[in-house]
Ligand binder design. Structure first.
Ligand SMILES: Cc1ncc(COP(=O)(O)O)c(C=O)c1O
Length: 371
C-alpha cells in the first residue's frame, strides 16, 4: 500500500546537530550560543508565579509583553508581534511574503534558518557573495536581486560568523532595495553590540514599510528555553504576520518571563560587557594555538586552525564531545574547517582551551610524522 508522500523530504537542514556525548563526566555546551550568565533578574520568578495560573489560557495578543517591549524601546506596541522564539517569526515572514519558485536572498554563510525558511515553502535560497573577512557586501546583495526576489534576510551580528553589519550599510541596503522586497534584519545578537546599532535597525523599520526587525530573548536575556522573540515593523506587515502566527504562539510562562526581562537593560549591558571580555580571552587563547578568528561581535567565536588537515575540525568536535565539551562544526555552511564556540565562564573556557591545546599538539605530531 502506498504511503502518504510528503512534499518535504524527511531529512533536511537543521540548526541543531545531534552529537554523541556518551561517557562524558559532565557536559559543557559551547554549541548553542546560549548565555552562561543565566536569565535576566526576576524572569525565573515570573515563570514560577505564572505557573500557578497555567490552567488558564495565555493572552493571545501578548499585551503586557508588547507593552513592556514598547516601553523599553520607545516604540508603539501595536507595531510589535511576538513569537515562539524569533525563529517562528522568521518562518512566518517566509510564509507570508514568499511562495514556491520565489527567491529568498541572503549573504553567503548566513544563519542556516534562512535556507530552512526557503526550503519549507519551496522557494529558492540565493546566496550573495561576501566581502573580505566574512563581511556583508551590500553591492553584492543588491546585484543578486532578480524579479523573483521576495525577501532579503540579513543577520547582524550573523550566526555562525559573528560578524556585525554596520548601521550605515543597513541604511544603504534599506534605501536601495526595491520597496516591494521585504528586508528582514535579524538582530538576535543585538544586545551584544552597541545599543545604538539595535536602535538604528528599529529606526529603519520606522522609515521603510518593507523593513522588519526581529529580536530574541534567547540570548543576552537568558530565556532560550522559554521561546520568546519579537518583530517590529509598520502596521501592514504586523497585520500580515499576526494572520499567520499561531493564535497562542507565545506561552504564558514565556510571556511572563519576557515581560520582566525586557525591563532590565542594565542586565543586558552587563551581559554584553562580560561576554566581550570572555570572548577576547577565548580568541586570544585560540590565536595562541594557531587559530584564525572571524571578527565576532556576538557571544561566540568562529575560528579555524590554520593549516589543519581535511576533516580535522569534525574529528575534534567528536573527540571533545566524548569529553563533554560540545562545539559546532560548520560543514552545513560549507565551511568544514571552521568551528563555532560559544563564550562561557572563564573556568570552562580554560578547560576547553587546554583540551584544544592537546588536540592541536597531537595534530602537529601527526603532521610532523606525516611530513
Ligand atoms: C541569527 C539568529 N537568528 C535567530 C535565532 C533564533 O533564535 P530564537 O528562535 O531562540 O529566538 C538564532 C538562534 O540561534 C540566531 O542565531
Amino acid at each position: 500500500m502506498p504511503l502518504p508522500t510528503p512534499y518535504l523530504a524527511a531529512k533536511t537542514l537543521t540548526v541543531v546537530k545531534p552529537i554523541d556525548t556518551a561517557g562524558a563526566p559532565r557536559i559543557v555546551n559551547l554549541g548553542l550560543n546560549e548565555s552562561w550568565l543565566g536569565p535576566a533578574p526576576g524572569a525565573a520568578e515570573a515563570i514560577r508565579e505564572a505557573a500557578g495560573r497555567v490552567h488558564r489560557y495565555n493572552d493571545p495578543g501578548c499585551t503586557a509583553m508588547r507593552a513592556a517591549i514598547g516601553r523599553q524601546f520607545g516604540r508603539d506596541p501595536a507595531r510589535i508581534v511576538c513569537g515562539n522564539g524569533s525563529e517562528e517569526l522568521l518562518d512566518a515572514i517566509g510564509r507570508v511574503y514568499a511562495r514556491a519558485g520565489d527567491e529568498i536572498l541572503f549573504p553567503a554563510c548566513s544563519f542556516l534558518q534562512f535556507s530552512i525558511v526557503a526550503y519549507r515553502i519551496g522557494a529558492k535560497a540565493v546566496e550573495a557573495p561576501l566581502a573580505a573577512n566574512f563581511g556583508v557586501d551590500v553591492d553584492a546583495l543588491l546585484a543578486a536581486v532578480t524579479p523573483a526576489t521576495r525577501i532579503v534576510f540579513v543577520a547582524t551580528p550573523n550566526n555562525p560568523t559573528g560578524v556585525n553589519v554596520p548601521s550605515a550599510d543597513l541604511a544603504r541596503l534599506s534605501k536601495e532595495l526595491p520597496s516591494h522586497i521585504v528586508l528582514v534584519i535579524d538582530s538576535a545578537y543585538a544586545e551584544y553590540v552597541d545599543p545604538a546599532e539595535g536602535e538604528a535597525a528599529l529606526a529603519l523599520a520606522d522609515r521603510h514599510a518593507n523593513v522588519v526587525v526581529t529580536r530574541t530573548f534567547s540570548k543576552a536575556y537568558g530565556l532560550a528555553a522559554a521561546r520568546a522573540g519579537w518583530a517590529y515593523a509598520q502596521a501592514e506587515m504586523i497585520a500580515a504576520l499576526n494572520n499567520v502566527r499561531g493564535i497562542g504562539n507565545v506561552n504564558g510562562l514565556a510571556q511572563a518571563a519576557a515581560t520582566v526581562a525586557v525591563g532590565h537593560p542594565d542586565f543586558a549591558a552587563r551581559v554584553r560587557k562580560e561576554t566581550a571580555r570572555e570572548r577576547d580571552h577565548l580568541e586570544r587563547g585560540l590565536v595562541a594555538l594557531g587559530f584564525e578568528c572571524a571578527p565576532s561581535s556576538a557571544n561566540f567565536v568562529f575560528a579555524r586552525l590554520v593549516g589543519a588537515p581535511e576533516g580535522w575540525a569534525q574529528q575534534v568536535v567528536r573527540r571533545l564531545a566524548k569529553k563533554g565539551f560540545i562545539i559546532r562544526s560548520n560543514e552545513d555552511y560549507r565551511l568544514p574547517d571552521w568551528l563555532r564556540i560559544t563564550v562561557a565562564a572563564r573556568a570552562d573556557l580554560d578547560e576547553f582551551l587546554a583540551l584544544m591545546a592537546a588536540e592541536v599538539g597531537s595534530n602537529e605530531g601527526r603532521s610532523a610524522t606525516a611530513g
